[in-house]
Ligand binder design. Structure first.
Ligand SMILES: Nc1ncnc2c1ncn2[C@@H]1O[C@H](COP(=O)(O)OP(=O)(O)O)[C@@H](O)[C@H]1O
Ligand SMILES: [Mg+2]
Length: 269
């Protein structure tokens, strides 16, 4: 389990303009769980991720990660962190740091390329010279090549074209370890994370599964967020007396649920 225990974070403590970014946030994330973190701009999403990943310590409270876990962190605007002359070198960094043999490193590079849907002929190119979508996928592939158990992604879909966004959806869904994704893109979070927490002004204001947000979207709307289109259709059906056990994570699954679900007895539908 990953635990955040009454974690607070103050930027610039004691200097003018000090800023409380997180206020006593508590959270437990189970092994293999995929957790979405949303909230308006400035709510503390990035701060929460950076603390959970251990990039810096909280001002108060405690973060506990399981022992011997490999942490992978992809920052917002991850191109800023690209440093190697070729995609291959960029992707080789993390597996080499694990002390793997070169043949295994090569294997890890290829596997992570496939995971993000990048072609092998990009390996010898300069990552900074790639078109936006590919360039953005390189840091994600680089982090995956280090075989993290715990994956932290900060706004991974921001500014991405549809196809690259689709790649990220697929790779997050199929990632076997624990994932925490900060995003203002609720549609993306619905597709990738069965559980969602909402931050507002540094406080955790909601924590639940999509079914709960569909039955009671107030915590979202109060934070200035809206249900994504497909969950919103389910919410409309529920208002008309339908019942839903669990919320599917793509259109196909939800279509099947709508066909097989039904109005509750005595419902308004
Ligand atoms: N390095 C920093 N120094 C000072 N204040 C910061 C810093 N990073 C973020 N903040 C402030 O902390 C609050 C939370 O920011 P952030 O975690 O980036 O929110 P989000 O990712 O939800 O937009 C905001 O008020 C932001 O201005
Ligand atoms: Mg952010």
């Amino acid at each position: 389990m990953l635990y955040l225990e009454r974690v607070s974070l103050v930027y610039g403590r004691g200097v003018p303009g000090e800023r409380l970014a997180l206020a006593e946030v508590s959270l437990a994330v189970g092994p293999g769980e995929h957790l979405g973190v949303s909230g308006p701009s400035g709510a503390g999403k990035s701060s929460l991720l950076l603390l959970a990943a251990g990039l810096y310590p909280p001002t108060s409270g405690r973060v506990r990660r399981p022992e011997n876990t490999r942490v992978g962190l992809v920052l917002q605007e991850p191109e800023m962190a690209l440093f190697a002359p070729t995609v291959r070198e960029e992707l080789a960094f993390a597996p080499r740091a694990l002390g793997l043999e070169e043949a295994v490193v090569e294997e890890a590079i290829r596997a992570s390329l496939v995971r993000v849907g990048l072609a092998e002929d990009l390996l010898d190119l300069d990552p900074l010279a790639l078109p936006t979508a590919e360039r953005r996928l390189v840091p994600i592939a680089a982090v995956l090549a280090g075989r993290p158990d715990l994956l932290f992604l900060d706004e991974p879909t921001a500014g991405l074209p549809v196809r690259a966004r689709g790649r990220i959806i697929t790779l997050v869904r199929s990632f076997p370890g624990t994932v925490m994704v900060a995003s203002h893109d609720l549609d993306f979070l619905w597709r990738t994370c069965p559980r969602l927490v909402v931050l507002a002004r540094g406080s955790l204001v909601a924590d639940g599964r999509w079914r709960e947000f569909i039955y009671r979207p107030e915590p979202l709307t109060e934070a200035g967020l809206v249900l994504p289109p497909v969950p919103a259709v389910l919410a409309g059906l529920i208002r008309r007396g339908w019942e839903i056990e669990e919320v599917g994570q793509d259109e196909e699954t939800v279509a099947r649920q709508i066909l097989h679900g039904g109005p509750r007895r005595g419902g308004a539908g």
